[in-house]
Design a protein around this ligand. Structure first.
Ligand code: ADP
Ligand code: ADP
Length: 235
């Protein structure tokens, strides 16, 4: 589905965020990137979406090729849904408007909601229904709780019908019970749709519960790669 080959990232500040790392992500697997703050999780996720350019090595999407090529990157991004820790919603805009940005981009979605094609609105409402927020579709995003806002973030990623989900600490700002519900929802949807998911977390217990595969990073290196059960054997 997607692989990184000998990817190294050194920021202009001189920080080496990723030592050369090679990983392949198989279709349909839910992979958790586990590691302390500063381990390189975010850098790896951003490399997988072309938001960070590797200083060396390459990122290859199975159906698009090396994403350093602009055409390949565009094709890859169309199939990729991103979910962020701070969900990056537009507070004064409705849940529906926010979800539509995942389908149409910010400008077309926000210029005016109502003349949009019915099909676009129905697709967005279906995604909102899926995350349990249909009753909130016309509320302003900033009126929702933290857990609800992250469900909107999930719906916004889903509405573009991705094959790959990249989620950077999606539950880090939620209390543990809410975090568990949001992650459980995300894992269930990925499983149902057969999506490839790469999700960074810093909680080992969540990784154990939801991951098919755990890739643990420390100081930009892979220090463990395997199913949760193998982590117990290694400990
Ligand atoms: P994590 O997501 O695991 O917390 P990051 O990928 O954010 O790790 O960070 C890895 C390392 O790179 C850290 O030392 C961090 O301070 C550094 N870093 C991250 N982003 C930047 C940046 N834009 N410029 C310089 N250094 C950065
Ligand atoms: P938080 O704890 O931050 O308020 P939650 O993720 O627990 O966020 O969800 C908050 C609210 O969202 C619930 O109290 C409920 O009103 C609504 N909700 C959650 N899950 C569902 C669901 N599966 N179907 C419909 N509504 C739901």
């Amino acid at each position: 589905m997607i692989r990184v080959e000998q990817v190294e990232v050194v920021y202009p500040s001189g920080t080496r965020a990723l030592a050369p790392v090679s990983l392949a992500f198989a279709p349909g697997a839910f992979t958790v990137l586990l590691g302390a703050s500063g381990a390189g999780k975010s850098t790896l996720l951003r490399s997988l979406n072309g938001l960070v350019r590797p200083s060396a090595g390459r990122v290859v999407a199975a159906d698009a090729g090396d994403i350093a090529r602009p055409a390949a990157l565009r094709a890859h991004r169309r199939r990729t849904g991103m979910i962020f820790q701070q969900h990056q919603l537009i507070g004064r805009v409705s849940v529906l408007g926010n979800v539509l940005t995942g389908r149409l981009g910010y400008h077309s979605a926000l210029r005016s909601l109502w003349p949009l094609p019915q099909a676009e609105k129905l697709a967005a409402l279906a995604a909102i229904e899926r995350v349990g927020l249909i009753d909130y579709a016309l509320r302003r995003a900033d009126q929702l709780s933290g857990g609800q806002q992250q469900r909107v973030g999930i719906a916004r990623a889903l509405v573009q019908q991705p094959r790959l989900i990249l989620a950077d600490e999606p539950v880090a700002s939620l209390d543990p019970a809410t975090a568990e519900r949001v992650l459980s929802l995300l894992a269930a949807i990925c499983r149902e749709d057969g999506l490839t998911a790469i999700v960074s977390l810093h909680q080992l217990d969540f990784a154990r519960r939801f991951a098919d595969r755990i890739v643990a990073l420390a100081q930009g290196r892979v220090v463990f790669d395997g199913p949760p059960a193998a982590l117990d054997a290694a400990a």
